[in-house]
Design a protein around this ligand. Structure first.
Ligand code: ADP
Length: 378
C-alpha cells in the first residue's frame, strides 16, 4: 500500500515557530507540550500562565490552523493548559483543591457545558461488568422520564456507545466551528471513538484523554440538556481521576457485578469520587441474577447480593439490580437497548426505576449545590 506522506514532530515544531506570543514564538518559549502525532492526527497542548488563561485563545486557534495546514495532517487538536511554570508538567492529581473543577484547560475556558443542567458519571472498578450497557439504558430511561439527555462516551479503552445507540458515520459541523453531537434514539451522543481511532494503541490513548475530553465538552454543540450521562473508562487509575476532576460532575453511579470480588474495586471507585468531592449517588448490581429463558425461573448467581452488602458497609445507596439476560446483551450490542426495544418489559422497568431514583438524587444534589453559596474563582 502506498503511504500518505507522514508528518514528523520536527516539521510540526518548525511550522509552529510562526506562532508568536508577544515578541517570541511559542516553540522557543517552551509553550508547546505533549505533542503527539499518529497517522496524521496531531494533538498537543499550549501551556500558558493561569493569569493569561482563555485570553490565549487566538494563539491556540492559530497553532491549530498552522498544524492543520501541513501536508499529511488529517486533524489537529490543540488545547490550552494553565500551569504556574511553563515547561513543567501537570501532575496535579494528588494536590487538587476542592474548589470545583479549576484545573488546566477547563478553568481557562470557562464553563464547559453551559447549557447542561447536570452531569452523571457511570463508573466501574474494572472492565466488562456492563458499565456501558448500564449507561446507555440509564440514558434512555432518563429520557423516558421526559428529560433531554446526552451521552458522553469517555471510555477510551472501548468506546461502544455509537454502536449501542445504533449510530454510524462521523459528527458534522452545521456552523463550521463546533461539531454537532450525533444522535441515536433521541439521545445526543459524542464518543471518544469519533476522536481517537480504534487502531490507536491503548498506550497512546491515556495522554490523549485530557485533550479529547476537553474537545468533547468545549467544541461540541450539546445545546440545552437536563442531563449528560458520562460513560467513564473502567478502573480507578490516574486517567479516571483526571476525568473525574475535569468534568464538572453532579454525581456518580458505580456499576458492579456480584462475583466481583472486585467489589473492593467498587470501593476504590467510591473513594476516587469522594477525593474529588463528587457525590456518589449509589451502586447498581449488574448481572445480578439469572432468569432461565425457558422456564423464567430465577436463580441467583454465586455471591449475588454482594453489591448490596458492600453498599451497606460503606454507606452508599443500593440503587437496584439488573439480571444477566441475553435480551439485555443482544439489544444493546445490536443498537436497540432494551429500554427502547421492550419499553414495558421487566428489564426496562428495572432501569427506569433506578433512573427515577438517580434523577431524584441528582436534583437534590443540584439544589444542595445552589444552596451553598458558589465561590467565584477569578
Ligand atoms: P463494560 O462497559 O463494563 O466494559 P459492557 O457494557 O461493554 O461492559 O458489557 C460487556 C458485555 O456484557 C457486553 O457484550 C454486554 O452486552 C454484556 N452485558 C452487560 N450487561 C449485561 C446483562 N445484564 N446481561 C447480559 N449481558 C450483559
Amino acid at each position: 500500500m502506498t503511504q500518505v506522506s507522514q508528518v514528523s514532530e520536527d516539521q510540526i515544531l518548525n511550522a509552529l515557530k510562526s506562532v508568536m506570543d508577544g515578541d517570541s514564538d511559542i516553540v522557543s518559549k517552551g509553550m508547546v507540550q505533549g505533542l503527539q502525532v499518529q497517522d496524521g492526527h496531531v494533538v498537543m497542548a499550549v501551556v500558558v500562565p493561569p493569569s493569561v488563561g482563555a485570553k490565549a485563545e487566538p494563539i491556540r486557534k492559530e497553532a491549530e490552523k498552522v498544524v492543520h495546514g501541513l501536508d499529511g495532517v488529517l486533524s489537529a487538536t490543540v488545547v490550552l493548559t494553565a500551569e504556574n511554570e511553563p515547561g513543567g508538567h501537570n501532575h496535579d492529581h494528588a494536590g487538587h483543591d476542592h474548589s470545583g473543577h479549576s484545573h488546566g484547560a477547563p478553568a481557562a475556558e470557562g464553563p464547559l457545558l453551559p447549557g447542561v443542567k447536570s452531569i452523571i458519571a457511570v463508573a466501574s472498578g474494572k472492565g466488562g461488568v456492563g458499565k456501558s450497557t448500564t449507561a446507555v439504558n440509564l440514558a434512555l430511561a432518563l429520557q423516558s422520564l421526559g428529560l433531554k439527555v446526552g451521552l458522553l462516551d469517555a471510555d477510551i479503552y472501548g468506546p461502544s456507545q455509537p454502536r449501542m445507540l445504533g449510530i454510524s458515520g462521523e459528527p458534522q459541523s452545521s456552523d463550521g466551528q463546533t461539531l454537532d453531537p450525533m444522535e441515536g434514539h433521541g439521545i445526543k451522543c459524542m464518543s471518544m471513538g469519533f476522536l481517537v481511532d480504534e487502531e490507536t494503541p491503548i498506550i497512546w490513548r491515556g495522554p490523549m484523554v485530557q485533550t479529547a475530553l476537553v474537545q468533547m465538552m468545549r467544541d461540541i454543540n450539546w445545546g440545552t440538556l437536563d442531563v449528560v450521562v458520562v460513560d467513564m473508562p473502567p478502573g480507578t487509575g490516574d486517567v479516571q481521576l483526571t476525568m473525574a476532576q475535569q468534568v464538572p460532575l453532579t454525581g456518580a453511579v458505580i456499576v458492579s457485578t456480584p462475583q466481583d470480588m472486585a467489589l473492593l474495586d467498587a470501593r476504590k471507585g467510591l473513594n476516587m469520587f469522594r477525593q474529588v468531592d463528587v457525590p456518589v449517588l449509589g451502586i447498581i448490581e449488574n448481572m445480578s441474577y439469572f432468569s432461565c429463558p425457558h422456564c423464567g425461573e430465577r436463580s441467583d448467581i454465586f455471591s449475588h447480593g454482594g453489591a448490596k452488602k458492600e453498599a451497606e458497609t460503606v454507606g452508599m445507596e443500593f440503587l437496584g439490580e439488573i439480571p444477566l439476560d441475553m435480551q439485555i446483551r443482544e439489544t444493546s450490542d445490536g443498537g436497540n437497548p432494551v429500554v427502547i426495544s421492550d419499553p414495558d418489559g421487566a428489564h426496562a422497568v428495572a432501569y427506569k426505576t433506578i433512573a427515577k431514583r438517580i434523577w431524584e438524587k441528582t436534583e437534590a444534589a443540584l439544589q444542595a449545590k445552589a444552596a451553598s453559596a458558589p465561590r467565584i474563582l477569578q
